[in-house]
Write a protein that binds this ligand. Structure first.
Ligand SMILES: *Cc1c(COP(=O)(O)O)cnc(C)c1O
Length: 365
């Protein structure tokens, strides 16, 4: 079986370095917010090109805390509306709700799968205060247009960069393309820990200061609390593992692109639509998503041939039981995408022999 993603193989490349980190960690006996978290925050900020990186518990918390920090700073208020793509992983929408803000769902562009900037203006009301841009599947959202729309309407722009670590637009990396950005280091992401982890990047001093406090009970000085904070700190041992992996992120993304290039040029089957890859956008291919009207048949055919695939995602956020107030919304582009997408195996540890086989099987469907 060719697994969709072989995490054990992916991480075994660094096993010796992880063991060394583990030994140092045990010898030191400092378990929370230690040197590894500090070093990671410096290294990741420097990698993204931002002034600050704030390590947090996971990607969802990274998003929620950005919104809560803007509320603490008086730049957002309970009930403000945030524009968000309808075609996203539900965490983007949950974060807005958990900060007592109102998500306004906007249809995607059917070629990029990211939010369609031309549909945003009609959704802007006096309550609209921000845009949450999601770089879906590893392809950057149209940040130039989104930032222009935001500037014109005095909106904040926040990146959900959970699927786009390392992606570059005009020499700037994801994480440095808006007011603030949220990252996830969930193991399956392009840059993953060996457990949960997340971070926020920003160039905004005030925002960073509130975030360093919010993640730690709203406290800067121990037992003195300035905000109604949470406990969501990047774990020390996860930071240590991430410090080992960060120098290899660009090479890993390059491997993903090499595999994507092969799928793009060698898969030739009229029943299968390939993604459209804008070369100027430096896609990092968190996922390689194809479309077909015969998805169930194709997925079964691949499975019968020993190839595991996954659907990202089977139910759109507005059709989830959790979001019952949004269930009646009509978002036909999003709904069609959810019926047709299928993600092929793509990872830095798939062999070219495996890619050959996947392409042959796809072409024989
Ligand atoms: C993974 C992901 C998140 C959430 O990250 P967690 O670390 O799992 O909480 C948020 N947004 C998007 C687009 C994601 O893919």
């Amino acid at each position: 079986m060719i697994p969709f993603l072989d995490l054990k193989k992916l991480n075994s490349r660094y096993e010796a370095a992880f063991q060394q980190k583990m030994k140092t960690f045990l010898d030191k006996g400092w378990y929370v917010l230690g040197d590894e978290v500090g070093e990671f925050e410096n290294q990741f900020a420097s990698y993204c090109g931002t002034k600050y990186c704030v390590g947090v518990g996971n990607g969802l918390d990274a998003l929620v805390l950005i919104f809560k920090a803007y509320i603490a700073l008086g730049k957002l208020q309970k009930g403000d509306e945030i524009i968000v793509p309808a075609n996203t992983f539900i965490a983007s929408v949950l974060a807005i709700l958990q900060a007592d803000l109102v998500p306004v769902l906007v249809e995607p562009n059917e070629v990029t799968y990211n939010i369609e900037p031309n549909l945003i203006s009609e959704k802007i009301t006096p309550k609209t205060k921000g845009i949450l841009a999601v770089h879906l599947y590893g392809q950057l959202a149209d940040m130039e247009l989104l930032n222009a729309i935001a500037k014109e309407n005095d909106l904040l722009v926040i990146e959900d960069a959970a699927q786009a670590h390392g992606a570059i637009l005009n020499k700037e990396r994801a994480g440095n393309l808006a007011n603030a950005a949220a990252f996830s280091f969930y193991p399956g992401k392009n840059f993953g820990a060996l457990g949960d982890g997340g971070a926020i990047t920003t160039n905004d001093n005030e925002l960073a200061e509130v975030l360093f406090s919010l993640r730690n009970y709203g406290s800067k000085v121990k037992y003195e609390n300035d905000y109604i904070g949470v406990n969501s700190r990047l774990d020390e041992i996860q930071a240590a593992f991430l410090n080992v992996k960060l120098p290899h992120l660009d090479a890993d993304n390059e491997k993903r692109r090499a595999i994507a290039k092969r799928y793009m040029t060698e898969v030739k089957n009229e029943k299968i639509s390939l993604p459209v890859w804008d070369l100027s956008k430096n896609h990092v291919f968190h996922l390689f998503v194809i479309r077909t009207k015969e998805r169930a048949l194709l997925q079964q055919y691949l499975f019968d041939n020993g190839i595991q695939t996954v659907i990202h995602y089977p139910i759109p956020p507005h059709k989830q039981k959790a979001l019952k107030d949004w269930n009646q919304l009509s978002l036909p582009v999003t709904e069609k995408i959810y019926e047709e997408v299928l993600s092929l195996p793509i990872s830095p540890v798939i062999t070219m022999g495996e890619v050959d086989f996947i392409i042959t099987i796809l072409n024989s469907f």
